[in-house]
Design a binder for this molecule. Sequence first.
Ligand code: ATP
Ligand code: MG
Length: 344
Amino acid sequence: MIDVDLLPDGVVLADAEGTVFRVNAAASRMLHRRPEELIGLHISDALPLDDLAGNSWFDCLRPYAGLSTRTRLSESSWHTQDGVEYLVTATLVRDAPRQPVRQLVVSLRTAKARARRDRARSDLVATVAHELRSPLTGVKGFTATLLNNWDRFSDDQRQLMLETVDSDADRLSRLITDLLDAARIDSGRLTLRPQPLDLADATRRILENVAAGSGLKVEVTAEEDLPKVWVDPDRFAQVVTNLVENAQRHGLGVRDVVVRRPTRFSNGVAFEVFDFGPGIPEEIRARMFTRFWRSGDRGGTGLGLYIVKGVVDAHGGEIEVCDGDKGGACVGVWFPENVPDVLR
Ligand SMILES: Nc1ncnc2c1ncn2[C@@H]1O[C@H](COP(=O)(O)OP(=O)(O)OP(=O)(O)O)[C@@H](O)[C@H]1O
Ligand SMILES: [Mg+2]
């Protein structure tokens, strides 16, 4: 038998007549009255909860009346006199279906956590909408200008505008891919198709693709005879491009990309990107993996490192930020050699 005083939710028990006979510690705290003050009261007086129009929960839900087969009052939101919101659920204990209610068990939960979740969700929607709007504004601006004034522009001008539209559309599509990945990571639904991968080879191939697209040439320093590790090649490409792009954008350029045996772990392979920047201050290191966190005038959406960390975590690996031995920052990830439990 659990001790109801240990429950985080408030619990109030009333008998067949509605007289309160047990109040747990949480309920007493929520109602600002000692249990002995509440015991013996009618439950409608012990729990003075109203909706925003002033209707009492007891009159609205009528736990002792209503359908005689009801065994539960589903969660609904009510307010105390001083305006605090609680989520109320109740069990209607009957000896048999259609018998009168023998006992009423009311549970109260603060609505703060839910309100916080709701707020976080609407903040998220606002952030996402804002992020999507800026590239879309560019697309709309240039297409509208071209449509209305086609004859006034030279071929070169039209070409330039279409190139801008094209790159804004690419940005939008990358943003949407990132948002979907972040949502998958949030809900633990990131799917991996791991296979034994030579990370040094894979890194060279990925960076050749980057070079073909952007002209950025990066050499890879790889240790000999590294073991293969179980990694999803597409997700690894995301890790590589994100970290290299960060070094380029926030760290004044890539100094070195290194693939080697890890120093902190006894197996697996480490992939590290060193840059020429001023390094990453200690207080930022804890925050930089947070969704939408970015800083500096070259900050992007702030999803890159969140996704990298999510991908590395899903592989059972680790990510670390440190100072490069020749100055600048080093962001390194480690993938374990054995198939981690999470991937089995
Ligand atoms: N190598 C680095 N050197 C210095 N600061 C960095 C480095 N990498 C990341 N940061 C800081 O961490 C922040 C978060 O990085 P993250 O990759 O998550 O976002 P972003 O690059 O700004 O945007 P996105 O990757 O979504 O386009 C960056 O805005 C930057 O301030
Ligand atoms: Mg980034």
